[in-house]
Design a protein around this ligand. Structure first.
Ligand code: R5P
Length: 280
């Protein structure tokens, strides 16, 4: 089995290969003078089972994955691991004339098997033309939390969409949890329904599937701080951390941000490599 990392998941692919006792295949990622992407896999994949690991954080990342699949046309089987799948939040039509972008993205990925990790909406898996499975990184987040030195910790789900994930993490760690009610006003602005909280001397950990603009977390952190929380940590599977999200979170009073390496950022202190190795 050949492990081939795309441009956005080079570290994760290398970790997967290392755990499997092998080396990642090296590829070239360049751009032509007109800015078109060039990709070359430096290995003859003919007749091989290949695993392509590439998060589609940007449009260029998605196209790189499409190029990688095409470059592996002579392989025996192609498995795509898409640790973070971009466009997954565009899973509904709100106005006539809109594309279902999550469907369009899924349909552009033609291979033998797909794995995603905590995809925003599981129904997107049905749009792939091959079997697709979503893996859950929350046990790895739970393990990370169990190693933190916390005072009387409380887990918080910042909205109902992640309640199940936070509830399972809390029960695995034998911790209390609570859930907030969120209304989204725009792409970067949300309102969190006010709750009276008594959090004095308590550390709080908020978990979400992703942090994008940081709006959800920033509003929640303010409420937790008003409730007297000693420290607030935020964790997520996918650290999109767009624009000034990191500054917004620290400005709101967060003590630290942790995430997995589905998107490779400085905050990605938890690796999902074992999850991938166990499933491919
Ligand atoms: C929404 O359903 C997700 O679970 C996240 O809460 C959301 O994507 C976070 O976005 P932002 O960081 O922009 O508030």
């Amino acid at each position: 089995m050949l492990i081939i990392g795309g441009p956005s998941s080079q570290t994760l692919a290398s970790r997967v290969a290392f755990e499997m006792g092998t080396y990642p295949v090296v590829s070239d990622f360049l751009r032509f003078p007109d800015n078109e992407q060039y990709l070359r896999i430096q290995y003859d994949v003919s007749g091989e089972d290949v695993v392509l690991i590439q998060s589609t954080v940007t449009d260029s990342d998605l196209f790189a994955l499409i190029q990688m699949i095409d470059a592996c046309s002579e392989a025996k089987t192609i498995t795509c691991v898409i640790p973070y799948m971009g466009y997954a939040r565009q899973d509904k039509l709100f106005n006539p004339g809109e594309p279902l972008s999550a469907r369009a993205a899924a349909k552009s990925i033609n291979c033998d098997r797909v794995f995603t990790i905590n995809i925003h909406e599981k129904s997107i898996l049905d749009y792939f033309s091959c079997p697709a499975t979503d893996l859950d990184a929350s046990p790895l987040i739970g393990k990370y939390i169990s190693n933190l030195d916390l005072d009387s910790p409380l887990l918080i789900a910042p909205d109902r969409g992640v309640e199940e994930m936070v509830k399972n993490t809390a029960s695995g760690l034998n911790l209390e949890y609570d859930v907030f009610d969120k209304t989204r006003l725009s792409g970067d602005s949300v309102v969190i329904e006010q709750k009276t909280l008594d959090l004095s001397k308590r550390d709080v950990i908020m978990i979400d599937d992703m942090i994008a603009t940081g709006g959800t977390m920033a509003e929640s952190i303010k409420m937790l701080k008003n409730g007297g929380a000693k420290r607030v940590f935020v964790g997520c599977v996918h650290p999109v951390l767009a624009r000034n999200a990191v500054l917004r979170l620290f400005n709101s009073g967060v003590s630290d941000i942790f995430a997995t390496d589905t998107i490779e950022k400085i905050q990605s202190s938890i690796s999902v490599s074992s999850l991938i190795v166990d499933n491919i």
